[in-house]
Design a protein around this ligand. Sequence first.
Ligand SMILES: [Zn+2]
Length: 467
Amino acid sequence: MPRHALCIHAHFYQPSREDPYSGIIPQEQGAEPFKNWNEKINADCYAPNARLGNFEKISFNLGPTLTRWMEQNAQDTLALITESERRYMNRTATVNAMAQPYHHTILPLASLRDKQTQVCWGIADYTHTYGFAPEGMWLPETAVDEETLTVLAENGIRYTILAPWQAEGEVDVTQPYRVELAGGRSMSVFFYHSGLSTGISFNAETTANADSFIQNCLKNVYSANNEQDQLILLASDGELYGHHQPFRDLFLSYLLDGALTQASIEYTTPAKWLREHPPVKTVQIRNRTSWSCMEGVERWRGECACTPHGAWKKPLRDLMNQVAELVDACYLDCAANWLREPWRARDEYISVLLGDVSFAAWLDQEGKMSLDQSEISQLQHLMAAQFERQRMFTSCGWFFEDFDRIEPRNNVQYAAHAIALSERVSGKDLRSGLVPALEAVKSWRSGVTAREVFEGALQRFETDLQR
Ligand SMILES: [Zn+2]
């Protein structure tokens, strides 16, 4: 008898919401009685799913910026999740949590070096959180190109999940595929079932009752005359389960605690399935595609049907690329005297930020010579600038309809911070050259420009630096 299996993948993620100046998340409207959205979603979704034991039965990824917030603000929830992950690991010798690039960057739009840093930082965050290395990595917006998959493979990642339209040609979504990559490497890819994933995400009826979900939806998608084992993988935003749709944490629990087994359908996770079903078919992927934009990755760099009035998006992308160039030139100029390999040092610096390694120990490893106190302080500024310059590419800054929202504004503030820190170390004026690019980014709703946001942020940083 061929086996019928289900895997539910839930993507849990929130961007950094901290004000870069104070490091504190501002009071957010709409989240009442909670102080901000993270707290509300924790109460609606993360915590109840953790208490119900759902994390041990689904495939999931916790975005690093969310994990870091949980470490400070929702320790009980995070402890339940990591304990369940260890139990799963002990039981199956595979893992069900996937890693995620650190800042939810659209990797096909990033340079090779930034891809490497985001992947490396995401893996470090995962290892810090769970205590062992990941097998899979969820890509932000499932945005993919071959270079991204190669970087994943070089960093020891074995699988990812994509939308079926990201494959070149037709695919059988019940089977995992192999993508052949440069240098003899390869990546296993699971394609999620698009009809059912859309159903659970956008049609509340679909998940109102677990038994009818199995009988009326799930059972119909396995092919009766297929002799192979079949896996149906559903991928969705994890906040669906309890936050976007109330009581869906209970749906998940009921589904996975007996209803599926009664219907002779097993639940599994990609790593476990892959061990029993190594891919036999190969596939080519369509470069620069994603799960949430039908025009590839246009949503994050220009105008497309997802969000009308997107004329501000390309100038914002150009601005960030220009800031990155300036900050990197300054980094190389200054840090090359002190660091043996500045880009490797940046990749390794995440261990300092995670508190796993002291700055002194990192410097022992990466430094060329011993530094005096003033040089150490300058190097800390440069590393902080590199962190902000990574963070300013957070995809949420381009996702929505207008520039005048917290997400794009935050990205511009992170950019301002990166520039302020770089100027302080180099003594150069970097901001003047940015004025035309800053003025080109303008909200169609309020008329606010990136220049206003950027200069406002610079003023606050400068007051702080003078203290
Ligand atoms: Zn689009």
